[in-house]
Design a binder for this molecule. Structure first.
Ligand code: ADP
Ligand code: MG
Length: 329
């Protein structure tokens, strides 16, 4: 066990539904240090929520150890829960309250002094740019606002460990960026943050450490830079296909390219840097004959690492993430 860790997990295993059931967690090791944001990344069904639910005592592990702030969280789930703030994947209903009253209420329940809670609520509301909705009855707020309210309720009086299960779901791109900043600040203020997400591109900006989960197992665990190092010398090629090419039409990639993702309007692949010039020539030809609208090359990203580890079937939907590609045509 990492001695200074706020959360330390060893050999965590959980199976649902007996022998023919699902091995949702399969021998997972994971540490979160104070001041650290650890991203838990994986496709739907990888076992992320199962892990989180065991940390907060909602699900009992079959095997393994969970130590939270020095306490055996499996033996003492109640104490563990007190030291953890969790934003669950599903929002807690706040019917009859406004976002502000709901956030303040949780802050008071968690033992915050009134003045501190009021000030902290205002600071969060401002940081996430939700002031114009903060005093609206909850029945009238959008899914994104409800999600941001749930985040504020979680962190108004943060525990030593903050667990966030897909906090950016339903949140618009501008406020999503503010939310990532707020998550970073939480850790900078000393909390350990376990961040569950499937958005690789966005997580890359704030996490100190990444744990990639697939079918209940840790496939890789490293810093973003450490994971990305495996892509050094590799470039991503991206094609904007335009509307003319059907979704089922195969892309005639040159042999040097390893295809990674394909959707209706976009195809991506990776290529070794030394073959990049050939691929540019090929792509220019494709633009000239009208098969491709635009193309771009960029340094391979963490998303490429992720896809390589988990396989293209589980490629994240990147439509919402702004692309950092440099378009050269
Ligand atoms: N309560 C449950 N009963 C039976 N199977 C479950 C239950 N919760 C999750 N599972 C299964 O366990 C696997 C992991 O689920 P989950 O932890 O929710 O994954 P994630 O959060 O990464 O999407 C999935 O195959 C899911 O169908
Ligand atoms: Mg989940």
């Amino acid at each position: 066990m990492e001695p200074s860790a706020v959360l330390s997990i060893r050999g965590l295993s959980k199976r649902y539904g007996g022998r023919r059931g699902v091995q949702a967690n399969d021998g997972i090791d994971l540490d979160v240090l104070p001041g650290q944001v650890v991203g838990l990344l994986g496709h739907n069904g990888a076992g992320k929520t199962t892990l989180v639910n065991q940390v907060v005592g909602l699900v009992r592990p079959d095997a393994g150890a969970i130590t939270l702030d020095g306490i055996d969280a499996v033996a003492h789930p109640d104490i563990a829960r007190q030291r953890t703030s969790i934003q669950a994947q599903a929002n807690v209903p706040i019917t009859g309250l406004t976002p502000r009253t709901a956030i303040q209420l949780v802050g008071r329940i968690r033992g915050g002094r009134r003045r501190d809670v009021v000030a902290r609520t205002q600071a969060l509301v401002d940081a996430l740019d939700i002031a114009s909705w903060a005093d609206t009855p909850s029945q009238k707020i959008s899914g994104g606002m409800a999600r941001l309210t749930a985040f504020c309720m979680t962190v108004v009086v943060p525990g030593r460990l903050v667990v966030l299960d897909e906090p950016t779901n339903d949140v618009d791109p501008v406020r999503r960026r503010l939310l990532w900043d707020a998550i970073r600040h939480l850790a900078d203020d000393g909390a350990g943050v376990l961040l569950v997400t499937h958005n690789v591109r966005e997580a890359e900006r704030v996490v100190d450490h990444l744990v990639i989960l697939d079918s209940g197992r840790v496939l890789a665990a490293d810093t973003p830079a450490g994971l990305a190092a495996s892509t050094r010398g590799t470039l991503t090629v991206e094609l904007d296909l335009g509307a003319r090419i059907g979704p089922d039409t195969a892309i005639g990639w040159p042999a040097a390219v390893t295809p990674t993702t394909r959707d209706r309007l976009r195809a991506t692949g990776t290529v070794a840097a030394e073959s990049a010039a050939d691929v540019v020539r090929w792509a220019q030809g494709q633009v000239q004959i009208g098969a491709v609208e635009r193309y771009g090359l960029a340094a391979a990203s963490l998303e490429d690492v992720y896809i390589r580890l988990v396989g293209p079937d589980h490629a994240p939907v990147a439509a919402e993430a702004e692309t950092e590609l440099q378009v050269v045509a």
